[in-house]
Design a protein around this ligand. Structure first.
Ligand SMILES: [Zn+2]
Length: 188
């Protein structure tokens, strides 16, 4: 059996419960010590102490008030600055956009109560001439000799346009052959 003096109060209580009341006598009685509860006897406050206490409280209150005021001021200034800078940024942006729009020559069509008008930029002929249609880009074809399929891929090594895996293999085989040729010529 363990030494009951090395056990905690809880362990000892459990052991007592299990073994019944008879075994209680076998344990030597241990003086119980009270833990400090934090309670302190109130001492009579002198007039001086009361005065000091009052002053301290007053000072603490004042400081808290000051702190609150400062926080308020800071918040207000922060919000004001934020809105100002935001407005400034917005105005600058609008101005820049307007300038950019003015710089680009544009055809303006306006329809109002008094009539319609078409404004052309300087240098544009008054009856606008029709533009000839632009031809679409020519389709690129497979780069393998003898293949006329449109290009779908490019070889990742050579950049040759390819249409299929078969053509890629053909190109790869050709490349292998051309790369081998110099070594063959050296040995022979
Ligand atoms: Zn091909």
């Amino acid at each position: 059996m363990r030494n009951p003096l090395l056990m905690t109060a809880r362990q000892r209580a459990l052991l007592d419960k299990r073994s019944g009341d008879d075994s209680m006598e076998s344990f030597p009685a241990e003086p119980l010590l009270a833990l400090p509860s934090g309670y302190r006897e109130k001492t009579e406050m002198t007039a001086e102490m009361v005065e000091r206490h009052k002053k301290k409280t007053e000072r603490r209150r004042e400081q808290a008030k000051k702190h609150r005021e400062e926080e308020k001021k800071k918040t207000v200034s922060r919000l004001l600055n934020k809105s100002e800078s935001r407005a400034g940024r917005g105005a600058a942006k609008a101005k820049a956009a307007a300038a950019a729009a003015a710089a680009v020559p544009a055809i303006v069509y306006r329809q109002t109560v008094t009539g319609s008008e078409l404004r052309l930029p300087v240098g544009v002929a008054a009856p606008i001439t029709a533009q000839p249609p632009r031809a679409p880009p020519k389709p690129r074809l497979c780069g393998v000799a003898g293949c006329s399929n449109p290009r779908r891929y490019s070889c990742s090594v050579t950049g040759v346009p390819l249409c299929s895996l078969e053509c890629f293999r053909a190109i790869a085989a050709q490349r292998a052959r051309t790369q081998k040729t110099p070594t063959v010529s050296v040995t022979s």
